[in-house]
Design a protein around this ligand. Structure first.
Ligand SMILES: NC(=O)C1=CN([C@@H]2O[C@H](COP(=O)(O)OP(=O)(O)OC[C@H]3O[C@@H](n4cnc5c(N)ncnc54)[C@H](OP(=O)(O)O)[C@@H]3O)[C@@H](O)[C@H]2O)[C@@H](O)CC1
Ligand SMILES: Nc1ncnc2c1ncn2[C@@H]1O[C@H](COP(=O)(O)OP(=O)(O)O)[C@@H](O)[C@H]1O
Ligand SMILES: [K+]
Length: 499
């Protein structure tokens, strides 16, 4: 599990550690870690051309000391200073090692050194960055990102907010980021994550000073250890029965995809409740599902079949009968996942009885909005939700006292009182109609097998993202392709289980 800490926490840990180590030791450790990554990225060090982009703070200092190490091994290193001043010790070390230093003039648009380089090192700003990049930093960031040359970012890509991943204006697009002491949340959450490239952690001895993380990014072994596996004594009821309240006459496919997502993730039984038209369609595709069709529009009865969890919302409709159905589920003591139309009903309720039921329930509850749905739920701006995903998911989790899985280019999970989760898997190919319905069924299956909402969300998002990558080897996929690939993703995880 990768852990990330916010800037203020990193600063506190840094002060505590600095009191115990000689002056300059942390920067030397950081520079050594950075130089090692540069060596990995260069075809060879001797004779290579390295350009350092250097801001006025310690981030620039790291770049300068790393440049000095590379220059000492025969690289031709040039530093472009973005401001009037730069880390004095770093400038001295680079010059002593044979490197060259010059100021990048305001308005200069050339950057020829960058286009001729073998590697660009972005030391413009790190965790001390505030707001959008000023000039000439912004111009340098654009030149570096456009140069056909690998870019390694120091600590965070300049222009990316280390805590949130927000990008305001220009930002460096790096091929790799070397981050120091601990990961920063903005490296795992888009739009920042997309700018960071491959992220490497350089150990500078900060670990013992750090409290628990503010955010985690689970890896395959972490998810594998959570994934429920049927034991010898399992039967279909012990594995879990999932009630699905998805689909309606105009949106029958949503029910088929949601039920399929559950079955292909692994569940004891799916009990589908809904009108005859949609139930026929579900049974036609999934004869193993059990359909209860009494009420054409909604099904409020969870009593038959020892239901362990319920999913409600995909393609279900927003009629008053659907609100009754949602109310009945929220009033029950089974874990409930609310998606799509269920979220619209919640928004329409405007913090009224449905929100009250949500807040009061003791069984696990999971909301799975995309950015638009979350914006409506919070009465916020969609662009703000996409810019600062963690903040908005956490706000919804606190407001409704439940777990929130925010879908999108980075899927994040928020749960009151627990570290946020950034899902590392997925591809933009997932942006296709119906893939959210598959996710709802898949996470529902994990809830029904007994995982708590946060863990079910974490596992389901991971599997869904892997399924997208495995489905057609990078070719475009449809939501139905995800159904075929989900078992492959489960099997892949089972193989990576710790022995
Ligand atoms: N944590 C650790 O344990 C360790 C941390 N280390 C390193 O220290 C780094 C933090 O260094 P830091 O505190 O000096 O801040 P840093 O990131 O260089 O930024 C400040 C400079 O940027 C400027 N600036 C700010 N915003 C700007 C903008 N929008 N546009 C343009 N400029 C802007 C700001 O100018 P000012 O606003 O003050 O005029 C000032 O000059 C950290 O990321 C890591 O690399 C390691 O050496 C060792 C261990
Ligand atoms: N750019 C993207 N990169 C990765 N995953 C994405 C991207 N866009 C959407 N997704 C994923 O695709 C799914 C879309 O779900 P949703 O928005 O509910 O669509 P639908 O309602 O059509 O099923 C979510 O799991 C989401 O995380
Ligand atoms: K940087």
């Amino acid at each position: 599990m990768f852990s990330a800490h916010t800037v203020s926490v990193v600063r506190e840990a840094e002060y505590a550690l600095m009191a115990r180590v000689p002056d300059g030791a942390l920067m030397r450790r950081a520079a050594a870690g950075l130089a090692a990554e540069c060596v990995r990225l260069l075809p060879r060090v001797y004779g290579s051309r390295v350009v350092l982009l250097v801001g006025g703070g310690d981030n620039g200092g790291d770049a300068l000391y790393a440049g000095a190490l590379l220059a000492a091994r025969g690289a031709a290193v040039r530093a472009l200073l973005a401001g009037g001043s730069a880390h004095e010790g770093g400038v001295g070390a680079l010059r002593s090692a044979g490197g060259r230093v010059r100021k990048f003039a305001d308005g200069e648009a050339d950057g020829a050194e960058m286009f001729d380089a073998d590697l660009i090192v972005d030391g413009l700003v790190g965790i001390g960055g505030r707001g959008g990049l000023r000039e000439p930093h912004a111009a340098l960031a654009v030149l570096a990102s456009n140069a056909p040359v690998p870019v390694v970012a120091v600590d965070v890509p300049s222009g990316v907010d280390a805590d949130t991943g927000e990008v305001v204006g220009a930002a460096v697009r790096a091929d790799a980021t070397v981050t120091f002491g601990t990961h920063k949340p903005g490296l795992f959450v888009d739009p920042g994550a997309e700018r960071a490239g491959r992220v490497r952690l350089a150990d500078i001895g900060l670990g013992p000073e750090l409290p628990g993380p503010g955010l985690v990014c689970p890896q395959a072994v972490d998810i594998a250890s959570l994934l429920p596996t049927p034991g010898a004594e399992s039967d279909k009821y012990r594995r879990g029965v999932l009630a699905v309240r998805a689909g309606s006459d105009p949106y029958r496919g949503a029910a088929v995809l949601c039920v399929g997502g559950a079955l292909r993730t692994g569940v004891g039984m799916v009990r589908f409740g809904g009108g005859k038209g949609v139930a026929d369609q579900v049974i036609g595709r999934w004869p193993e599902a059990v359909a209860d069709f009494r009420d054409p529009q909604s099904s409020t009865d969870l009593s038959p079949g020892r239901v362990a969890a319920a999913v409600i919302g995909p393609g279900r409709g927003t009629h008053p009968a659907n609100a009754d159905e949602l109310r009945a589920l929220l009033d029950s003591d089974v874990p409930v996942l609310v998606d799509a139309d269920g979220l619209t009903l919640l928004t329409g309720d405007g913090g009224g009885p449905l929100a009250g039921l949500l807040r009061e329930r003791t069984a696990h509850t999971l909301l799975t909005p995309h950015a638009g749905e979350l914006a409506r739920l919070l009465d916020a701006d969609r662009a703000d939700v996409e810019a600062r995903r963690l903040e908005h998911a956490a706000r919804a989790a606190d407001r409704f006292r439940c777990t929130v899985l925010l879908k999108g280019s980075t899927t994040v999970v928020a749960h009151p009182g627990a570290p946020a989760v950034a899902n590392p898997t997925g591809t933009p190919l997932l942006a296709t109609a119906g893939s959210g319905d598959v996710l709802a069924g898949s996470v529902g299956a994990l809830l029904a097998s007994g995982l708590p909402a946060r863990e079910a969300a974490m596992c389901g998002a991971y599997l869904h993202g892997r399924a997208a990558s495995l489905a057609r080897g990078g070719a475009p996929i449809s939501a139905s392709d995800l159904l075929d690939a989900l078992p492959l993703a489960v099997a892949e995880l089972s193989r990576s289980r710790r022995v």
